[in-house]
Design a protein around this ligand. Structure first.
Ligand SMILES: Cc1cc2nc3c(=O)[nH]c(=O)nc-3n(C[C@H](O)[C@H](O)[C@H](O)COP(=O)(O)OP(=O)(O)OC[C@H]3O[C@@H](n4cnc5c(N)ncnc54)[C@H](O)[C@@H]3O)c2cc1C
Length: 407
């Protein structure tokens, strides 16, 4: 079956934010690195659109910030939403200690294409599209490479290090024998597009909360990318009620969508994105490391998963580039990556679980609007200085990473 064997210093399974950023940084440090991406392109729209100040700082560290900001994007200085008819601002990014104190909204494929384009400028970087990591190769109790299934045929890649950056449905993680603990999540997301009338529709990207409903609308110019939050497992009942009833439900939440909902012709136009929160007890074993969602699957709450995945990549490159370059990688180096990144990931996941349980689930199960805003939201309205705290958590996060110069 195998057409040939290949060799590299680091083989990364998964060309998402974690995998591509790690590939970029290791290639920049002079290493030979191969990134395997199972899809033929990055054109999938289910992975979130937010690039936070922490990632903008990383882009500045590697000298790509100005080029990146030339791509079409939106800049969001504060996060606000329509909560039971009141505009509520929950985060103000303007005061963050970052080179660019705002969120960038950009379709994730544009971000990934950009990083891949820049990474290809390094001679050691190889990106194999349409190449699926089917499992790890083990020899003498250590991982020594990955099996690859691709359009060119199946082959093996030998590597000093294999990195599982293959997301929340990782193949590498279980095949490498790493045990994942599922925290569960009470929500799922329905993901669909509606046409956008630039002349009449509002500009803003944001969330709308109504009794029993949460809808996030991302402005992508010609269309709205919509994320409709539902209680986990409730899709079947909604499907039984029919697509027409769903159209009515959406139009009732956001009246500016009323003329657009007819674009949903059947349930085929609506994708179910299953939300999951999980973590690995151990992120590594000899020859293998998992980072990003593969090590700690994030909920969409706060839109922080992409940025955490990138922080993992920066920490991994900081800690591993030199030992890899010198051919003296030890399991202690892999353990150091987990030690550095596990705490930020777990703290963020705990905050996501709290928001899911204390805020989102009660909204989704309520049938009437509360007489008053919940206390935290009321405080955020009365005391604007408080909005800097959620901005800090979302925009920069816990234990931010900076790229160390490796050349
Ligand atoms: C509904 C929803 C909305 C979200 N919205 C946001 C948001 O707005 N902002 C935000 O920051 N986070 C958001 N998140 C979280 C975010 O998507 C993840 O945390 C983030 O994408 C993790 O990055 P990653 O690189 O670890 O994994 P992924 O982005 O999942 O990338 C993994 C990559 O590996 C590839 N792959 C998978 N298996 C293989 C294989 N066997 N071989 C080769 N390639 C493989 C996949 O095709 C993919 O390209 C959202 C999550 C959900 C569920």
């Amino acid at each position: 079956m195998e057409s040939s064997d290949r060799n590299t210093q680091c083989c990364i399974a998964g060309g998402g934010p974690a995998g591509l950023m790690l590939g970029y940084l290791l290639a920049r440090a002079g290493l030979r690195v191969t990134v395997l991406e199972k899809h033929d392109d990055f054109l999938r729209d289910f992975r979130g659109d937010t690039i936070h100040p922490s990632t903008l700082t990383v882009l500045q560290d590697i000298g790509l910030l100005e080029e990146f900001l030339k791509l079409p994007h939106q800049e969001v200085a504060e996060l606000s939403g329509d909560v039971y008819g009141q505009t509520v601002t929950v985060a103000d990014f303007r005061h963050l200690p970052a080179p660019r104190p705002f969120l960038v909204l950009i379709p994730q494929w544009d971000f990934l294409d950009f990083i891949a384009r820049e990474a290809r400028k390094f001679p050691g970087f190889t990106l194999c599209m349409g190449a699926k990591a089917a499992g790890v190769i083990e020899e003498g109790g250590r991982v020594t490479g990955a099996q690859v299934e691709s359009h060119e045929g199946n082959y093996a890649i030998r590597a000093d290090l294999v990195v599982g950056a293959d997301g929340r449905h990782s193949v590498i993680r279980p095949d490498g024998g790493l045990e994942s603990v599922d925290t569960g999540a009470p929500i799922d997301v329905l993901w669909f597009r509606l046409p956008r009338d630039a002349a009449h529709d509002p500009e803003r990207t944001g969330g709308t909360i109504r009794p029993g409903a949460i809808l996030v609308t991302l402005n992508r110019d010609e269309y709205w990318q919509c994320a409709f939050v539902i209680p986990k497992g409730s899709l079947e009942q909604m499907q039984q009620e029919g697509i027409a009833a769903f159209r009515v439900r959406v139009a009732r939440i956001a009246d500016f969508l009323a003329d657009d909902v007819d674009a949903l012709r059947s349930w085929d136009d609506v994708k179910l994105l299953s939300v999951q929160i999980s973590h690995l007890r151990r992120w590594w074993r000899e020859g293998l490391l998992c980072i990003g969602d593969s090590a700690h699957a994030m909920s969409p709450v706060g839109g922080v998963g992409i940025n955490l995945a990138i922080q993992d990549a920066v920490a991994a490159a900081n800690l591993l580039a030199q030992p890899l370059r010198e051919g003296r990688l030890r399991t202690q180096d892999l353990e150091a990556v987990q030690r550095r990144r596990e705490w930020p990931a777990r703290v963020t996941q705990r905050a996501q679980v709290a928001i899911q349980n204390e805020v989102l689930s009660p909204v989704l199960t309520s049938s009437t609007a509360p007489g008053d805003l919940p206390l935290p939201l009321k405080l955020l309205q009365r005391l604007p200085l408080l909005r800097r705290l959620p901005a800090r958590l979302v925009g920069i996060g816990v234990r931010p990473e900076r790229v160390r110069s490796l050349n």
